[in-house]
Design a protein around this ligand. Structure first.
Ligand code: PHE
Length: 349
């Protein structure tokens, strides 16, 4: 299984550690350092089997390479997955993070991490006690803090541009946008969309969270099982990836798919399935690059907040260019976005 997974992957290096005290499998995947040191978050999650965690880490690291190249950042792509046996907090979590930090430090800066699903700026503070290669520590500790709302900002601009392209006007008033998953990115995204006049529908498997967000921003709640079949202008997947697949795509009742989740397509063929269904798909690795632009821009490149907001708007502009190319050539939008990313990688080769 491991040899098949890694054999089919085109990245540079995989580091595996089993952490006995917590029973955690650690997979650090350095997909590419062609444009610079590999950057990408550390995800903490429980998988059915360690091989599933490795598969996730391999795919997510490749997406980071495309993401950072697509928005022209001088970083390569990497990702780490900590496959924990169950929820972990307190001193056990701290111990795990410190041992993970020792592993990170041993790589000498080839891979630089940050938060991802189930890891926070506070976790980054702990890792930074032992390893210098950490973005998004808390602001109190001198870091750039939670990238989630900044990822949301980029997705917001991306949705607006996508609506402009699909409907001929980027006015959000009266547009129906379904945000699936109102966590760290989905909740601030839903708030931006509601403030801009959209009719926002939200769904989340966490009932308390969805109720709180709905009351705060004035959104309507849709049951998790109904989300992908609900009629809307834009479906914004903002939870875990893989929701777009052979089974779900024929049931979609939206004109645009544009959300923050990483690796939204279950398999590459799903890009063509969306195109054939007449659905405009905002390639995930491009529309969700706002968090990376924020954290790397602020911490590594010395950008101002104004410059970051410009780059977030730039995500929307790049998407429109991608859409035009894809339509002119009759290819999926994901293929056009990949071509842009690969041209930057080829130039650096
Ligand atoms: N994990 C987030 C992402 O996938 C944000 C992040 C990017 C964090 C790069 C650190 C470095 O985009």
């Amino acid at each position: 299984m491991i040899e098949d997974l890694i054999g089919r992957w085109d990245g540079e290096e995989v580091v595996v550690r089993f952490d006995r005290p917590s029973g955690t499998w650690m997979f650090l995947c350095i997909h590419s350092t062609r444009l610079g040191p590999a950057a990408g978050g550390t995800r903490m999650k429980t998988y059915a089997r360690p091989g599933d965690a490795l598969r996730d880490a391999l795919g997510l690291s490749a997406a980071m390479t495309l993401k950072l190249a697509a928005v022209d950042l001088p970083f390569g792509g990497g990702k780490a997955v900590l496959d924990v046996p169950g929820p972990i907090g307190g001193e056990d979590r701290r111990g795990l993070l410190l041992r993970y930090a020792d592993l990170l430090r041993s790589l000498g800066g080839t891979y630089r991490t940050g938060p991802d699903v189930n890891t926070s700026p506070e976790d980054m503070d702990v890792i930074a006690e032992r390893a210098p290669y950490v973005f998004c520590r808390t602001e109190a500790a001198g870091g750039s803090g939670d990238p989630g709302p900044h990822t949301a900002r980029g997705v917001f601009h991306g949705i607006r541009s996508s609506i402009g392209y699909a409907f001929g006007s980027d006015d959000l008033h009266g547009r129906v946008i379904l945000v699936q998953g109102v966590g760290d990115v989905g909740a601030p995204l839903a708030a931006y969309l509601a403030a801009a006049g959209a009719r926002v529908l939200i769904s989340d498997i966490a009932a308390d969270r969805v109720t709180e967000v709905a009351a705060r921003i004035g959104a309507e709640v849709v049951a998790p099982g109904e989300a992908m079949r609900t009629e809307c202008d834009v479906y914004a997947p903002c939870a875990l990836g893989g929701t777009l697949n052979e089974e779900t795509i024929p049931g979609l009742r939206c004109r645009v798919v544009a959300g923050s989740a990483n690796n939204q397509l279950a398999e590459p063929e799903d890009a063509e399935r969306l195109r054939a269904a007449g659905i405009l798909y905002a390639p995930d690795f491009l529309i969700n690059a706002g968090g990376a632009l924020y954290a790397l821009g602020l911490e590594a490149l010395g950008w101002t907040r104004e410059r970051i907001e410009e780059r977030h708007e730039g995500i929307g502009k790049t998407l429109v260019e991608i859409y035009r190319q894809a339509d002119a050539e009759g290819i999926p939008t994901a293929a056009a976005a990949e071509r842009l990313a690969r041209s930057r990688l080829d130039q650096a080769a």
